[in-house]
Design a protein. Structure first.
Length: 397
């Protein structure tokens, strides 16, 4: 199949059960499997893998010796893992994508690594205190081809009864030719895949209609709205550590990556990530009615924030948006960056934040605002939540 990507799908399914082993004993009495000390993290997300309503930390990582793992850490500290390169030698760079609901059971979606013609996906579930997978009744591996081209596209759709392979294409070379589709279901039966069922074989159907009926399996990670941003990995990294909690409480399944970040939100990010000491001093007059009051006062006590109305600086302006220059000042103070004699940018000479900006650039926390030249910083431009995530991750990691 020309232009196709091969995705190998492993699916492992169990019911939503108490977190216990086969002998009925709680999992946390079993030996825990912590991350290796030499782990190189590929991706981390937060998701509920056992259906108890609490989100666990999923980590895909490799080791310098070539081993590759999917690791799950539960609240309370107990953890388990599976070594993926022993399952398939192409599973070399595991990246957990999300947890989807199928047959009323949570399924972990993992991009496991490249293969000869594309990428390999694996689906796992948590069962009997471990991570397991399902195969075909013959113990084989179901292959689903996924391709992208000007007149041909394929994907897989997750639904309650199994995984659906979808192919859409133009039925002739005529630009105005009719659109067609072939749709195949891999049903979940017992503890594996049953015989494939062809739902539609080269039928005339508009692609938009097919996509509506058979949407792609969600691969959204912690947040539903960050898949199209280049800062997705930074947002997920912060969320996995509890520093970023989303923008739509109480669900908090959205990151609002393109929204301007506020001063109150930055205070919360820095307080959570730096674990600042508590203080009883109320430093500002305008933050009493904000949920970030405690974070703001801790920032002020630590000398990271100096207010928004100099020289009095008795106000914080918690709802005010943060500019790139202000973010540089926050971060330079937060991680105590050393001074530098290098002037990295051409547009910050008249900014009160020039020294902070150059410190950030010298530490390779910022790379400028006009790639590829990156000789400008845009100090007065507002900063988005995604951009702040990238800066903070570089400062901390």
């Amino acid at each position: 199949m020309q232009g196709a990507l091969a995705l190998i799908l492993f699916i492992s399914m169990v019911g939503v059960l108490p977190r216990v082993g086969t002998d009925g004993a709680p999992c946390d009495v079993e030996p825990s499997m912590p991350l290796h000390t030499d782990a190189v993290v590929e991706r981390e997300i937060l998701a509920d893998v056992d259906g108890d309503g609490r989100r666990e930390l999923l980590t895909g990582y490799t080791r310098p010796n070539g081993e590759a793992y999917l690791h799950v850490r539960f609240q309370g500290g107990w953890s388990t893992a599976i070594r993926l390169d022993e399952v398939d030698t192409s599973f070399t760079h595991p990246r957990p994508e999300s947890v989807v609901e199928m047959a009323e059971r949570p399924v972990i979606v993992v991009m496991a690594g490249p293969n000869a013609v594309g990428a390999s996906f694996a689906f796992f579930v948590f069962q009997d205190c471990g991570l397991v997978l399902l195969t075909l009744a013959t113990q084989g591996i179901p292959e689903i081809w996924i391709g992208i081209g000007p007149s041909h596209s394929e994907w897989f759709s997750c639904r309650q009864d199994g995984v659906v392979q979808v192919q859409v294409f133009e039925r002739s070379s005529d630009p105005n030719g009719q659109e067609g589709a072939t749709i195949t279901l891999y049903p979940l039966e017992g503890e594996g895949f049953g015989t494939a069922v062809v739902l539609a074989d080269d039928v005339t159907r508009p692609t938009a209609e097919v996509r509506s009926e058979f949407p792609e399996c969600s691969r959204s990670g912690t947040f539903l709205d960050d898949d199209s941003t280049k800062f997705e990995a930074d947002l997920e990294w912060l969320a996995a550590r509890g520093y970023l909690r989303g923008c739509n409480p109480p669900a908090n399944d959205r990151a609002c990556p393109n929204d301007s970040v506020t001063r109150g939100q930055v205070a919360a990010l820095l307080n959570r990530s730096l674990r600042l000491a508590a203080t009883t001093v109320d430093h500002f007059t305008d933050d009493d009615n904000t949920v970030y009051a405690g974070d703001i006062d801790r920032l002020a006590a630590a000398g990271i924030s100096r207010g928004c109305n100099p020289p009095a600086n008795d106000r914080f302006c918690p709802s005010g948006t943060v500019t790139r220059g202000q973010a540089a000042a926050f971060l330079a103070r937060a991680v105590d960056l050393p001074p530098t004699g290098t002037d990295h940018f051409t547009d910050d000479n008249n900014s009160v934040f020039e020294d902070d900006i150059d410190r950030l650039a010298n530490a390779r926390i910022t790379f400028g605002c006009n790639p590829p030249a990156n000789d400008r910083f845009c100090p007065d431009a507002p900063l988005t939540r995604a951009q702040m995530a990238a800066l903070l991750r570089r400062a901390l990691d």
